[in-house]
Design a protein around this ligand. Structure first.
Ligand code: 3HC
Length: 309
Protein backbone atom coordinates (compact mmCIF):
# COMPACT_ATOMS: atom_id res chain seq x y z
CA UNK A 1 0.00 0.00 0.00
CA UNK A 2 1.43 3.39 -0.97
CA UNK A 3 0.68 6.15 1.50
CA UNK A 4 1.27 9.61 0.12
CA UNK A 5 0.35 11.57 3.23
CA UNK A 6 -3.01 11.70 4.95
CA UNK A 7 -1.70 14.04 7.65
CA UNK A 8 -1.42 16.75 5.02
CA UNK A 9 -4.97 15.94 4.00
CA UNK A 10 -6.42 16.65 7.43
CA UNK A 11 -4.68 20.02 7.67
CA UNK A 12 -5.89 20.89 4.19
CA UNK A 13 -9.45 19.78 4.82
CA UNK A 14 -10.12 22.07 7.74
CA UNK A 15 -10.86 25.01 5.47
CA UNK A 16 -12.95 23.18 2.90
CA UNK A 17 -16.55 22.02 2.84
CA UNK A 18 -16.78 18.42 3.99
CA UNK A 19 -19.58 16.10 4.96
CA UNK A 20 -19.67 15.72 8.75
CA UNK A 21 -20.16 11.99 8.52
CA UNK A 22 -18.03 10.92 5.58
CA UNK A 23 -14.33 11.70 5.96
CA UNK A 24 -12.49 8.63 4.75
CA UNK A 25 -13.62 7.26 1.41
CA UNK A 26 -12.43 3.98 -0.04
CA UNK A 27 -12.93 3.97 -3.79
CA UNK A 28 -12.67 0.59 -5.47
CA UNK A 29 -11.75 0.85 -9.15
CA UNK A 30 -8.87 2.98 -10.40
CA UNK A 31 -10.20 3.53 -13.92
CA UNK A 32 -11.46 6.80 -15.35
CA UNK A 33 -14.53 7.04 -13.09
CA UNK A 34 -12.89 5.81 -9.89
CA UNK A 35 -9.87 8.06 -10.36
CA UNK A 36 -12.12 11.02 -11.21
CA UNK A 37 -14.19 10.51 -8.06
CA UNK A 38 -10.99 10.11 -6.03
CA UNK A 39 -9.76 13.41 -7.46
CA UNK A 40 -12.83 15.44 -6.51
CA UNK A 41 -13.05 13.79 -3.09
CA UNK A 42 -9.38 14.53 -2.36
CA UNK A 43 -9.69 18.06 -3.80
CA UNK A 44 -12.39 18.77 -1.23
CA UNK A 45 -10.29 17.53 1.67
CA UNK A 46 -11.54 13.98 2.05
CA UNK A 47 -9.10 11.22 2.90
CA UNK A 48 -9.19 8.87 -0.08
CA UNK A 49 -7.92 5.33 -0.55
CA UNK A 50 -8.01 4.21 -4.16
CA UNK A 51 -8.10 0.45 -4.59
CA UNK A 52 -7.51 -1.74 -7.63
CA UNK A 53 -6.09 -5.14 -8.42
CA UNK A 54 -2.60 -4.08 -9.49
CA UNK A 55 -0.05 -1.39 -8.70
CA UNK A 56 0.18 -0.67 -12.44
CA UNK A 57 -3.52 0.23 -12.71
CA UNK A 58 -3.25 2.35 -9.57
CA UNK A 59 -0.20 4.17 -10.90
CA UNK A 60 -2.13 4.94 -14.10
CA UNK A 61 -5.10 6.17 -12.05
CA UNK A 62 -2.96 8.48 -9.93
CA UNK A 63 -1.20 9.76 -13.06
CA UNK A 64 -4.64 10.54 -14.52
CA UNK A 65 -5.54 12.48 -11.37
CA UNK A 66 -2.33 14.49 -11.66
CA UNK A 67 -2.94 15.28 -15.33
CA UNK A 68 -6.50 16.36 -14.66
CA UNK A 69 -5.40 18.47 -11.65
CA UNK A 70 -2.94 20.27 -13.90
CA UNK A 71 -5.82 21.26 -16.18
CA UNK A 72 -7.83 22.49 -13.20
CA UNK A 73 -4.89 24.41 -11.76
CA UNK A 74 -4.09 26.08 -15.08
CA UNK A 75 -7.36 28.00 -14.75
CA UNK A 76 -7.76 28.26 -11.00
CA UNK A 77 -4.22 29.44 -10.29
CA UNK A 78 -3.49 31.13 -13.64
CA UNK A 79 -1.49 33.94 -12.01
CA UNK A 80 -0.04 31.87 -9.15
CA UNK A 81 1.74 28.79 -10.55
CA UNK A 82 3.45 28.06 -7.22
CA UNK A 83 0.12 28.00 -5.39
CA UNK A 84 -1.12 25.69 -8.13
CA UNK A 85 1.78 23.29 -7.55
CA UNK A 86 1.10 23.38 -3.80
CA UNK A 87 -2.58 22.62 -4.44
CA UNK A 88 -1.71 19.58 -6.55
CA UNK A 89 0.68 18.32 -3.86
CA UNK A 90 -1.99 18.75 -1.18
CA UNK A 91 -4.63 16.92 -3.19
CA UNK A 92 -2.28 14.05 -4.01
CA UNK A 93 -1.39 14.00 -0.31
CA UNK A 94 -5.00 13.04 0.39
CA UNK A 95 -4.82 9.98 -1.86
CA UNK A 96 -3.34 6.65 -0.87
CA UNK A 97 -3.54 3.44 -2.86
CA UNK A 98 -4.00 -0.22 -2.04
CA UNK A 99 -4.50 -3.55 -3.76
CA UNK A 100 -6.30 -5.28 -0.87
CA UNK A 101 -9.58 -3.58 -0.07
CA UNK A 102 -10.23 -5.57 3.09
CA UNK A 103 -7.00 -4.20 4.56
CA UNK A 104 -8.05 -0.54 4.20
CA UNK A 105 -11.74 -0.38 5.15
CA UNK A 106 -11.09 -0.32 8.90
CA UNK A 107 -11.55 3.46 9.10
CA UNK A 108 -13.76 3.90 6.03
CA UNK A 109 -16.94 5.94 6.33
CA UNK A 110 -17.87 5.16 2.75
CA UNK A 111 -16.86 2.39 0.34
CA UNK A 112 -17.76 3.33 -3.22
CA UNK A 113 -17.19 0.98 -6.11
CA UNK A 114 -16.57 1.96 -9.73
CA UNK A 115 -15.45 -1.39 -11.12
CA UNK A 116 -16.52 -3.49 -14.10
CA UNK A 117 -20.29 -3.63 -14.79
CA UNK A 118 -20.75 -7.22 -13.70
CA UNK A 119 -23.30 -8.03 -11.00
CA UNK A 120 -21.51 -11.14 -9.67
CA UNK A 121 -18.14 -9.34 -9.41
CA UNK A 122 -19.75 -6.39 -7.61
CA UNK A 123 -21.64 -8.72 -5.26
CA UNK A 124 -18.47 -10.68 -4.46
CA UNK A 125 -16.64 -7.45 -3.72
CA UNK A 126 -19.27 -6.10 -1.31
CA UNK A 127 -19.94 -9.45 0.31
CA UNK A 128 -16.24 -9.66 1.21
CA UNK A 129 -16.01 -6.09 2.49
CA UNK A 130 -19.25 -6.48 4.46
CA UNK A 131 -17.56 -9.01 6.74
CA UNK A 132 -14.72 -6.67 7.74
CA UNK A 133 -16.00 -3.08 7.41
CA UNK A 134 -17.10 -1.24 10.55
CA UNK A 135 -20.77 -1.15 11.42
CA UNK A 136 -21.21 2.50 10.43
CA UNK A 137 -19.58 2.23 6.99
CA UNK A 138 -21.89 3.07 4.10
CA UNK A 139 -21.56 1.13 0.85
CA UNK A 140 -22.37 2.69 -2.51
CA UNK A 141 -22.14 1.73 -6.16
CA UNK A 142 -21.41 3.96 -9.14
CA UNK A 143 -23.08 1.46 -11.48
CA UNK A 144 -24.56 2.99 -14.62
CA UNK A 145 -27.12 0.27 -15.22
CA UNK A 146 -27.32 -2.51 -12.62
CA UNK A 147 -30.00 -2.39 -9.91
CA UNK A 148 -28.47 -1.12 -6.65
CA UNK A 149 -30.81 -3.44 -4.71
CA UNK A 150 -29.38 -6.50 -6.49
CA UNK A 151 -25.81 -5.50 -5.64
CA UNK A 152 -26.76 -4.73 -2.02
CA UNK A 153 -28.69 -7.99 -1.58
CA UNK A 154 -25.57 -10.01 -0.64
CA UNK A 155 -24.67 -7.72 2.28
CA UNK A 156 -25.99 -7.45 5.80
CA UNK A 157 -26.35 -3.67 5.55
CA UNK A 158 -29.25 -3.05 3.20
CA UNK A 159 -30.10 0.14 5.12
CA UNK A 160 -26.55 1.45 4.64
CA UNK A 161 -26.36 0.82 0.91
CA UNK A 162 -27.15 3.26 -1.90
CA UNK A 163 -26.10 4.48 -5.31
CA UNK A 164 -23.87 7.42 -6.21
CA UNK A 165 -23.81 7.87 -9.96
CA UNK A 166 -21.13 10.25 -11.27
CA UNK A 167 -20.58 11.44 -14.84
CA UNK A 168 -17.53 11.46 -17.05
CA UNK A 169 -15.34 13.56 -16.81
CA UNK A 170 -16.04 13.62 -13.08
CA UNK A 171 -14.08 16.82 -12.31
CA UNK A 172 -16.13 18.75 -14.89
CA UNK A 173 -19.62 17.25 -14.64
CA UNK A 174 -21.59 18.94 -11.89
CA UNK A 175 -24.22 16.26 -11.23
CA UNK A 176 -24.42 13.24 -8.95
CA UNK A 177 -27.48 11.01 -8.99
CA UNK A 178 -28.15 9.71 -5.48
CA UNK A 179 -30.08 6.45 -5.51
CA UNK A 180 -31.99 4.98 -2.62
CA UNK A 181 -33.40 1.46 -2.70
CA UNK A 182 -36.54 0.50 -0.80
CA UNK A 183 -34.23 -0.50 2.09
CA UNK A 184 -31.86 2.49 2.13
CA UNK A 185 -32.35 4.41 5.38
CA UNK A 186 -33.02 8.14 5.36
CA UNK A 187 -29.78 8.68 7.33
CA UNK A 188 -27.77 6.87 4.68
CA UNK A 189 -29.47 8.74 1.85
CA UNK A 190 -28.84 12.08 3.59
CA UNK A 191 -25.18 11.18 4.15
CA UNK A 192 -24.77 10.36 0.46
CA UNK A 193 -26.41 13.65 -0.53
CA UNK A 194 -24.25 15.60 1.92
CA UNK A 195 -21.12 13.85 0.73
CA UNK A 196 -21.91 14.67 -2.92
CA UNK A 197 -22.58 18.30 -2.00
CA UNK A 198 -19.28 18.42 -0.10
CA UNK A 199 -17.67 17.36 -3.38
CA UNK A 200 -19.15 20.48 -4.95
CA UNK A 201 -21.77 18.58 -6.91
CA UNK A 202 -25.48 19.16 -7.38
CA UNK A 203 -27.57 16.12 -6.53
CA UNK A 204 -30.81 14.67 -7.78
CA UNK A 205 -32.74 11.92 -6.00
CA UNK A 206 -33.34 8.79 -8.03
CA UNK A 207 -35.32 5.62 -7.61
CA UNK A 208 -33.55 2.33 -8.20
CA UNK A 209 -34.88 2.06 -11.76
CA UNK A 210 -32.93 1.15 -14.95
CA UNK A 211 -30.64 4.03 -15.97
CA UNK A 212 -31.88 6.23 -13.11
CA UNK A 213 -32.59 9.62 -14.79
CA UNK A 214 -29.67 10.63 -17.02
CA UNK A 215 -28.78 7.34 -18.69
CA UNK A 216 -32.45 6.42 -19.15
CA UNK A 217 -32.77 9.52 -21.34
CA UNK A 218 -29.23 9.80 -22.74
CA UNK A 219 -28.64 6.20 -23.89
CA UNK A 220 -31.86 5.88 -26.00
CA UNK A 221 -31.07 9.32 -27.51
CA UNK A 222 -27.54 8.25 -28.50
CA UNK A 223 -28.79 4.93 -29.86
CA UNK A 224 -31.49 6.67 -31.89
CA UNK A 225 -28.71 8.76 -33.48
CA UNK A 226 -26.92 5.52 -34.46
CA UNK A 227 -30.15 4.10 -35.92
CA UNK A 228 -30.78 7.31 -37.84
CA UNK A 229 -27.30 6.94 -39.33
CA UNK A 230 -27.88 3.21 -40.00
CA UNK A 231 -31.03 4.10 -41.95
CA UNK A 232 -28.86 6.35 -44.13
CA UNK A 233 -30.60 9.48 -42.93
CA UNK A 234 -27.48 11.40 -41.92
CA UNK A 235 -23.71 11.09 -41.69
CA UNK A 236 -22.33 10.79 -38.19
CA UNK A 237 -20.44 14.04 -38.70
CA UNK A 238 -23.63 15.89 -39.71
CA UNK A 239 -25.63 14.39 -36.83
CA UNK A 240 -22.91 15.49 -34.37
CA UNK A 241 -22.78 19.02 -35.81
CA UNK A 242 -26.59 19.19 -35.83
CA UNK A 243 -26.93 18.31 -32.14
CA UNK A 244 -24.07 20.59 -31.09
CA UNK A 245 -25.21 23.65 -33.02
CA UNK A 246 -28.94 22.97 -33.20
CA UNK A 247 -29.49 21.74 -29.66
CA UNK A 248 -26.50 23.25 -27.86
CA UNK A 249 -25.07 19.94 -26.67
CA UNK A 250 -21.32 20.07 -25.87
CA UNK A 251 -20.71 16.88 -27.85
CA UNK A 252 -22.66 15.19 -30.62
CA UNK A 253 -24.09 11.70 -29.93
CA UNK A 254 -21.30 9.85 -31.80
CA UNK A 255 -18.60 11.88 -30.07
CA UNK A 256 -20.27 11.21 -26.75
CA UNK A 257 -20.63 7.47 -27.42
CA UNK A 258 -16.92 7.32 -28.20
CA UNK A 259 -16.22 9.28 -25.01
CA UNK A 260 -18.42 7.13 -22.75
CA UNK A 261 -17.22 3.89 -24.42
CA UNK A 262 -19.15 1.79 -26.92
CA UNK A 263 -18.69 -1.28 -24.71
CA UNK A 264 -20.34 0.56 -21.82
CA UNK A 265 -23.23 1.75 -24.02
CA UNK A 266 -23.76 -1.79 -25.35
CA UNK A 267 -23.63 -3.27 -21.88
CA UNK A 268 -26.31 -0.85 -20.69
CA UNK A 269 -28.51 -1.50 -23.73
CA UNK A 270 -28.14 -5.29 -23.49
CA UNK A 271 -29.17 -5.22 -19.84
CA UNK A 272 -32.26 -3.20 -20.58
CA UNK A 273 -33.30 -5.26 -23.62
CA UNK A 274 -32.96 -8.41 -21.50
CA UNK A 275 -35.51 -6.88 -19.11
CA UNK A 276 -37.84 -5.43 -21.75
CA UNK A 277 -37.14 -7.04 -25.13
CA UNK A 278 -40.12 -5.46 -26.90
CA UNK A 279 -39.20 -1.88 -26.09
CA UNK A 280 -38.04 -0.30 -29.40
CA UNK A 281 -35.87 2.15 -27.45
CA UNK A 282 -33.74 -0.80 -26.34
CA UNK A 283 -33.44 -2.42 -29.79
CA UNK A 284 -30.03 -3.72 -30.87
CA UNK A 285 -27.91 -1.68 -33.26
CA UNK A 286 -25.94 -3.75 -35.84
CA UNK A 287 -23.37 -0.97 -36.22
CA UNK A 288 -22.76 -0.64 -32.49
CA UNK A 289 -22.51 -4.44 -32.16
CA UNK A 290 -20.00 -4.61 -35.04
CA UNK A 291 -17.72 -1.94 -33.57
CA UNK A 292 -17.80 -3.55 -30.13
CA UNK A 293 -17.07 -7.00 -31.63
CA UNK A 294 -14.03 -5.46 -33.37
CA UNK A 295 -12.78 -4.05 -30.05
CA UNK A 296 -13.42 -0.49 -31.22
CA UNK A 297 -14.71 0.91 -27.94
CA UNK A 298 -14.10 4.61 -28.66
CA UNK A 299 -11.54 7.05 -27.36
CA UNK A 300 -10.01 4.62 -24.87
CA UNK A 301 -9.02 2.12 -27.59
CA UNK A 302 -8.10 4.72 -30.21
CA UNK A 303 -11.11 4.01 -32.42
CA UNK A 304 -14.87 3.89 -32.19
CA UNK A 305 -17.13 5.80 -34.54
CA UNK A 306 -14.10 8.05 -35.07
CA UNK A 307 -10.35 7.46 -34.99
CA UNK A 308 -8.16 9.03 -32.28
CA UNK A 309 -4.45 9.66 -32.23
N1 3HC B 1 -10.18 17.17 -15.94
C1 3HC B 1 -10.06 18.48 -15.73
N2 3HC B 1 -10.49 19.40 -16.62
C2 3HC B 1 -11.07 18.95 -17.75
C3 3HC B 1 -11.23 17.57 -18.02
C4 3HC B 1 -10.75 16.66 -17.06
N3 3HC B 1 -10.86 15.33 -17.21
N4 3HC B 1 -11.84 17.45 -19.22
C5 3HC B 1 -12.06 18.68 -19.68
N5 3HC B 1 -11.58 19.58 -18.81
C6 3HC B 1 -11.64 21.05 -18.92
C7 3HC B 1 -10.56 21.58 -19.87
O1 3HC B 1 -9.36 21.82 -19.19
C8 3HC B 1 -11.19 22.84 -20.40
O2 3HC B 1 -10.97 23.93 -19.53
P1 3HC B 1 -10.94 25.43 -20.13
O3 3HC B 1 -12.26 25.65 -20.80
O4 3HC B 1 -10.77 26.28 -18.95
O5 3HC B 1 -9.78 25.44 -21.08
C9 3HC B 1 -12.69 22.54 -20.36
O6 3HC B 1 -12.87 21.40 -19.54
C10 3HC B 1 -13.20 22.25 -21.71
O7 3HC B 1 -12.46 21.15 -22.25
P2 3HC B 1 -12.03 21.04 -23.77
O8 3HC B 1 -11.75 22.41 -24.33
O9 3HC B 1 -10.97 20.02 -23.88
O10 3HC B 1 -13.27 20.39 -24.52
P3 3HC B 1 -14.80 20.71 -24.37
O11 3HC B 1 -15.07 22.17 -24.36
O12 3HC B 1 -15.49 19.87 -25.39
O13 3HC B 1 -15.23 20.13 -22.95
C11 3HC B 1 -16.21 18.30 -21.89
C12 3HC B 1 -15.00 18.82 -22.63
C13 3HC B 1 -16.31 18.95 -20.51
C14 3HC B 1 -15.99 16.80 -21.75
C15 3HC B 1 -17.50 18.62 -22.73
O14 3HC B 1 -17.32 18.26 -24.07
C16 3HC B 1 -18.73 17.93 -22.21
O15 3HC B 1 -19.33 18.37 -21.24
N6 3HC B 1 -19.13 16.83 -22.88
C17 3HC B 1 -20.28 16.05 -22.50
C18 3HC B 1 -19.86 15.06 -21.45
C19 3HC B 1 -21.03 14.23 -20.96
O16 3HC B 1 -22.15 14.30 -21.43
N7 3HC B 1 -20.75 13.37 -19.98
C20 3HC B 1 -21.71 12.45 -19.45
C21 3HC B 1 -21.54 11.14 -20.11
S1 3HC B 1 -22.68 9.93 -19.50
C22 3HC B 1 -21.90 9.27 -18.16
O17 3HC B 1 -20.80 9.59 -17.82
C23 3HC B 1 -22.69 8.26 -17.39
C24 3HC B 1 -22.13 6.88 -17.51
O18 3HC B 1 -22.85 6.05 -16.63
C25 3HC B 1 -22.22 6.32 -18.91
Amino acid sequence: MAFIGHQLCRAFSSSTLRSAAIKHVVIVGGGQMGAGIAQVAASTGHQVTLVDTSEAILAKGVKGIETSLKRVVKKKFADKPEAGEAFIAKVLGCVSTATDVTAVVESADLVLEAIVENLKIKQDLFSGIDKVAPEHTIFASNTSSLPIGDIASVTSRLDRFGGLHFFNPVPMMKLVEVIGTSSTSQDTFDSLVNFSKALGKTTVSCKDTPGFIVNRLLVPYMLEAVRLHERGHGSKEDIDVAMKLGAGYPMGPFELLDYVGLDTAKFILDGWSAMDADNPLFAQSPLLNKLVAEGKYGKKTGEGFYKYK
